[in-house]
Design a protein around this ligand. Structure first.
Ligand SMILES: *[C@@H]1O[C@H](CO)[C@@H](O)[C@H](O)[C@H]1NC(C)=O
Length: 602
């Protein structure tokens, strides 16, 4: 059978010259096995990039990448949060299939020293490419677990999932690393301990009062006084703990690992981005002769937005804007390195984000999260578009058309099948793979995405789904459940933490229906009585959910409580006091960091 790429029209160069036609350069069928450079941002909003419509934030390098390749406008994270979305990206499977979910409210892995993580039986695209002879590297954030039973088993480590080389953060709770707001778990724990301490102190006081009253009435009250003393001491411990715990988390939970060795603890936030970039560039230089997979998993643009001085105060959008511009510069530099090594033509480059911008990250009136453009909601907000739509840019000069924009629904999970097939591998046949090969869509061999239906889960709960209804030429979206918004209709649950997936949610009966092609901002729900397709769409998505439901057995929830608590014996620690820096001070005065940006900020 002819490969699908051969369907792409290839006008003869001679004919073009004879007729003086402005023909695009002919696209060739893909040469054998490209290398892969995958760049994933963290919490970047789709509306932050020039190529996705931002007119005031400067992202020239990413914009150029999009001009030179294909840009997807309906590219969707499997969930609106990092751990499950990243698991799905690497495995091509909905997170509930690998157990990278919970039904308890813990939506991401909480501790480096927890037992949960991407199960060793899961197969990542990195592992398949590694088996096909690729040199594979992960630089940056992992956040998919570390150890199972003992510190040394490292059963969830990147090297157990197909990466030869790893330098980065096993856990990426960056707000906690900085000890700054917004915090992921630290502030909540501090509040919890503080509250419990106060509760015990109040009980101790009440006990003393009761004992005194009893004593006045002539009763003996020694036991009550001892109890009050014990309560008081516990209260003091909890209260002290609330001060200690934050520092302890920042110190031991944030560290760098180089392969299986902890090399920096605590993480030096001011130096980490230059260090990661240097590592990624070194990887390209070292492996320019082999087929390679480099997954550069950026810490940008997650809070706390540690930006180097060269970029501070330079954007029109405050600290967040400065940080996005720095990220764009980092992307530009790695692409420049790829080009100067002569690798561009045989490397498929993909740029994306793990989920949408964190719209609720507003501290003291300052917006620290990404901008999701016209889309409602954001990171963690159930199945709303804002948390799911991510940038999707694919560039492979000569193989993918330049400047093509596609509005077909596609999924981050599709990266799995696309990379595996291009790398000469095959998808595992012993499990369900939800991703689909994107190449036919990207090359133009087919006009439609291989996905008719995509479902949007929040933990294990189905919140929404979309159906690309080819017969009617529409993309329908149904919300069965949404978080309970405050204020109503705002698409946000302003308050500490993330929107819940269950509990404080609104079940919609009848479900809310939107038509995304004309209403991508999910502003105009269609009424069951007036939209003729209503019943069919809802039934179609329910039925698809049933199919999913039947296809999963019972698997341990990796983000469920026992797997997602701190276990002291799993705590990685380097040096005598969990303190070390074996990275040789790298990253501190990184040569040229941002200099060309200062010279030519565009
Ligand atoms: C561009 O991004 C900034 C920063 O996220 C945002 O504040 C601004 O509204 C965006 N502009 C447009 C036109 O989307």
């Amino acid at each position: 059978m002819a490969p699908p790429w051969s369907l792409w029209p290839r006008p003869s160069a001679l004919l073009c010259t004879l007729l003086l036609l402005p023909c695009a350069p002919a696209l060739r069928p893909p040469p054998q096995r490209p290398s892969f450079l995958i760049i994933m941002a963290d919490d970047l909003g789709i509306g932050d990039l020039g190529c996705y419509g931002n007119t005031t934030l400067r992202t020239p390098h990413i914009d150029r990448l999009a001009e030179d390749g294909v840009r997807l406008t309906q590219y969707l994270a499997a969930e609106s949060l990092c751990t499950p979305s990243r698991a799905a990206f690497l495995t091509g499977r909905y997170p509930f299939r690998s157990g990278m979910t919970s039904g308890f409210g813990h939506r991401v892995l909480q501790w480096a020293a927890g037992a949960g993580g991407l199960p060793p039986e899961e197969v990542t695209f990195a592992r398949i490419l590694q088996e096909r002879g690729y040199v594979t590297g992960l630089v940056g954030k992992w956040h998919l677990g570390l150890s199972c039973r003992s510190l040394t088993d490292l059963c969830h480590h990147p090297q157990r999932h197909g990466f030869h080389h790893f330098l980065g953060l096993p856990l990426g709770m960056m707000g906690d690393c900085a000890g700054a707001e917004p915090s992921e778990k630290r502030a909540g724990l501090e509040r919890g301990l503080h509250g419990a301490g106060r509760g015990l102190a109040a009980t101790a006081l009440a006990t003393v009062v009761a004992a005194m009253v009893a004593a006045l009435a002539g009763a003996r009250s020694r036991a009550a006084l001892w109890a009050a003393l014990a309560l008081g001491v516990s209260a003091a411990i909890l209260e002290a703990g609330s001060y200690v715990v934050g520092g302890a988390i920042t110190h031991v939970d944030c560290f760098l690992m180089r392969n299986t060795t902890v090399t920096q603890q605590p993480l030096q936030l001011g130096r980490v981005n230059p260090l990661l970039l240097r590592e990624a560039e070194d990887f390209l230089r070292r492996h320019s002769h082999a087929p390679f997979l480099l997954f550069l998993s950026l810490l940008h643009t997650h809070t706390p937005l540690v930006t180097s001085p060269a970029f501070q105060g330079r954007s029109q959008h405050g600290r967040y804007g400065d940080h996005v511009e720095e990220m764009d510069w980092v992307v530009g530099r790695i692409l420049h390195t790829l080009d100067s090594l002569g690798l561009a033509d045989r490397t498929l480059v993909h740029f994306t984000s793990d989920n949408g911008g964190w719209a609720e990250a507003v501290v003291g009136g300052e917006r620290l999260g990404g901008w999701n453009g016209i889309f409602r909601g954001g990171k963690g907000v159930g199945g709303l578009e804002g948390g799911l739509r991510v940038p999707g840019i694919w560039r492979w000069p000569g193989v993918l058309p330049r400047g093509r924009v596609l509005d077909e629904p596609a999924s981050l999970m599709d990266a799995f099948s696309t990379l595996v097939r291009l790398g000469g591998g095959t998808e595992p046949s012993d499990r369900v793979i939800d991703g689909r090969d994107l190449m036919p869509l990207l090359t133009g061999a087919t006009p439609h995405s291989a996905h008719e239906v995509l479902l949007h889960y929040c933990e294990v709960f189905l919140h929404a789904g979309r159906w690309a209804d080819r017969a009617r030429g529409k993309v329908w979206k149904v919300h069965f459940t949404t978080p309970t918004f405050d204020p109503p209709d705002s698409g946000s649950c302003m308050g500490p933490g993330l929107c819940p997936c269950a509990g404080a949610v609104t079940e919609h009966d009848p479900p809310l229906l939107y038509e995304l092609t004309s209403d991508p901002g999910e502003e105009r729900p269609l009424a069951p009585g007036t939209e003729p397709a209503y019943a069919e769409v809802v039934a179609k998505l329910r039925q698809e959910h049933d199919v999913h439901h039947r296809s999963v057995g019972s698997i341990p929830q990796q983000l469920g409580s026992i797997y997602n608590v701190w276990l002291p014996w799993l705590q990685p620690c380097c040096g005598r006091f969990c303190a070390c820096d074996l990275e040789g001070g790298a990253g501190s005065e990184e040569e040229g960091w941002g200099r060309d940006f200062l010279e030519d900020p565009k």
